[in-house]
Structure formats: structure tokens, C-alpha cells
Design a protein around this ligand. Structure first.
Ligand code: C2E
Ligand code: MG
Ligand code: MG
Ligand code: MG
Length: 283
């Protein structure tokens, strides 16, 4: 009886695996079409400076976030396709597209907006991108081509990625030697800790939304944010609070001297033209 139940479970498991594999293959094929037919685009979410005098610097920066406008499924969020893209090798092409688009848009904003243009653009990186042997040369060439100043580009990696093997660490140091800034994304959710922050060659620590969303209501979360900001500051690193949704959360992270903030409270991710309008409206 037990054996039969186990067998049934096994069949259910196999069917689920097959379905998963088929779904992946389907997304992969559609992603190839998406790249070829330019269904991918980039949205930009403002990252604001939380000035010590209580004012807000709306031109501090933006984060580039990839989107997929699927002809049938509509707008697909990165969570639904970045993983598949990483597994099938398409992340290289997607990453190149996002980086190039971001740099070109950044340079255009500078022309259109002058002083009000964002001073920094953050682009998310996947492990596979860093592992490409010719990637560093590609990035250098792309900076050259677009005229993008390296110091205005911030590449974001997750804790688990940054803490990985020596090979990745070497790559991160190479990026730094180009003058590019590095940020540690989603800090607090991975396995590295405050005590190992000094080992990572990053300029900025982005405090994960799961802490920020309780900054105003939970003493525990407030203390963690305070500690992160203090340690980061002592290492000469900047801090960004991710996912600020309310005035109370903005006030709470400001009170902990977090230097920058990002979240729906300030703005949702915007297409380039909407970002230009948003920045213009803040003046
Ligand atoms: P992330 O880098 O941590 O980006 C922040 C995510 O939080 C974005 O989700 C953004 O839309 C969302 N967010 C911002 N403010 C708020 C808020 O106030 N409340 C809530 N609930 N969410 C907020 P998105 O665009 O869906 O991206 C999810 C993740 O996908 C990113 O997390 C990043 O890890 C990855 N990703 C996005 N674009 C790219 C890309 O071009 N390349 C790679 N490799 N990964 C990307
Ligand atoms: Mg990010
Ligand atoms: Mg993040
Ligand atoms: Mg996050």
C-alpha cells in the first residue's frame, strides 16, 4: 500500500517535472523571438538622495529594470524570465541589450535635462554575464561607444554572487579598475553578513525591501537598518533603502542616516519619456 502511494507520488512528481521542462522550453523559444523582435525594453526607477537637511535629491540616480512586452501575455516581469534566460544562456544577450540601452538613455537625459538629469544609472548583473571571458572588453567598448562616464555606471550584484568564488571576485575588481561602481543588491537576504562586508569590493549597499517595509513599525528591523548603515559608512560605502512605499518608511530610513532611497513612494519604474517628465516636474 505504502509502495503504491510512493509510486503514485513519483508519477505526479515526474509529470510536474515534465510540465516544468516544457514550460521552460516554451519560455526559452519565446524569449528568442522577443530578442529578435524587440519585445524587451527597459524601465527606470528613480533613486533619490535623502539629504541630511531633510530635502530630497531627485536627480541622484535611476535603476534600470528590464521588461518584456509579450504579444499575448502582456507585460512580463523579470522574475518570470530572468531565471530561464540564465539557464539557457540568453541572459548574455539580454544583459548586453539592457546595458547598452541604459547607457544610451542616460546620455540622452544629460543632453535633454542638464543639471536635472540623473547622475548615476544602476544596472543589474547576472552571474553568467560576469563569467563571459570577453565581457570586460565588451563593457569597456560599450562605455567608449556611448560616451558614458564609467563613474556614472553602477552595476548591481547580489550578496550570494559577490561572495562566490575567487573568479567572480577577480571580475568585480576588474570592473572597479575601469572606474565602474558596484552595489550589493538585496542586502540582508543572503548569507553573507555585516562582518564580511569589508571583503567585498562594493561602493554601495542596497538594504532589502523586506527590512525597509518594516522600518517604521518594527524595532528589530530598525536596529538592523541602523547597524547596516553604520557598518557601511565606516567602510566608506553608500547605503540605499529599497522599496520605500510610505512617508513613514521614508522618515524612518532617513532617521537612520540612510543616504538614498528607492520605492513606489517616490516613483514606480517609468519608461524613459515618463522619467524625463517626472524629473522635470520635481524642479
Ligand atoms: P532588484 O534589482 O532588487 O530591483 C528592485 C525591484 O523592486 C524591482 O522589481 C522594482 O520594480 C521593485 N520595487 C521597487 N520599489 C518597490 C516598492 O516600493 N514596492 C515593491 N513591492 N517593489 C518595489 P522588478 O522590476 O520586478 O525586478 C525584480 C528583480 O529582477 C530585480 O530586483 C533584479 O534582481 C531582477 N532584474 C530586473 N532587471 C534586470 C536585468 O536587466 N538584468 C538582470 N540580470 N536582472 C534584472
Ligand atoms: Mg537591483
Ligand atoms: Mg534590489
Ligand atoms: Mg530586491
Amino acid at each position: 500500500e505504502a509502495k503504491r502511494a510512493g509510486g503514485a507520488r513519483h508519477l505526479v512528481f515526474e509529470a510536474a517535472m515534465r510540465e516544468r521542462a516544457a514550460r521552460r522550453a516554451d519560455i526559452e523559444a519565446q524569449l528568442r523571438t522577443a530578442l529578435a523582435e524587440e519585445q524587451l525594453f527597459v524601465m527606470y526607477q528613480p533613486v533619490v538622495g535623502l539629504n541630511p537637511d531633510g530635502s530630497t535629491d531627485y536627480s541622484a540616480g535611476v535603476e534600470a529594470l528590464v521588461r518584456w512586452q509579450h504579444p499575448v501575455r502582456g507585460l512580463v516581469p523579470p522574475f518570470d524570465f530572468i531565471g530561464v534566460a540564465e539557464e539557457c544562456g540568453l541572459i548574455d544577450a539580454i544583459g548586453d541589450f539592457v546595458l547598452e540601452r541604459s547607457c544610451l538613455d542616460f546620455m540622452r537625459w544629460r543632453e535633454q535635462l542638464g543639471e536635472a538629469a540623473p547622475r548615476l544609472i544602476a544596472v543589474n548583473l547576472s552571474r553568467a554575464q560576469l563569467a563571459q571571458p570577453d565581457w570586460m572588453a565588451k563593457v569597456a567598448a560599450m562605455l567608449e561607444r556611448s560616451g558614458m562616464p564609467a563613474a556614472s555606471l553602477q552595476l548591481e550584484v547580489t550578496e550570494s554572487l559577490a561572495a562566490q568564488d575567487e573568479h567572480i571576485q577577480v571580475r568585480l575588481h576588474e570592473l572597479k579598475s575601469l572606474g565602474i561602481k558596484l552595489a550589493l543588491d538585496d542586502f540582508g537576504t543572503g548569507y553573507s553578513s555585516l562582518s564580511s562586508l569589508h571583503l567585498l569590493p562594493v561602493d554601495t549597499v542596497k538594504i532589502d525591501r523586506s527590512f525597509v517595509c518594516k522600518a517604521d513599525t518594527s524595532h528589530h528591523h530598525r536596529v538592523l537598518i541602523e547597524a547596516t548603515v553604520k557598518v557601511a559608512q565606516s567602510l566608506g560605502m553608500n547605503t540605499v533603502a529599497e522599496g520605500i512605499e510610505t512617508q513613514a518608511q521614508a522618515d524612518a530610513v532617513r532617521a537612520q542616516f540612510c543616504a538614498k532611497g528607492q520605492g513606489y513612494f517616490y516613483s514606480r519604474p517609468l519608461v524613459s519619456t515618463a522619467l524625463v517628465e517626472w524629473l522635470g516636474a520635481q524642479r
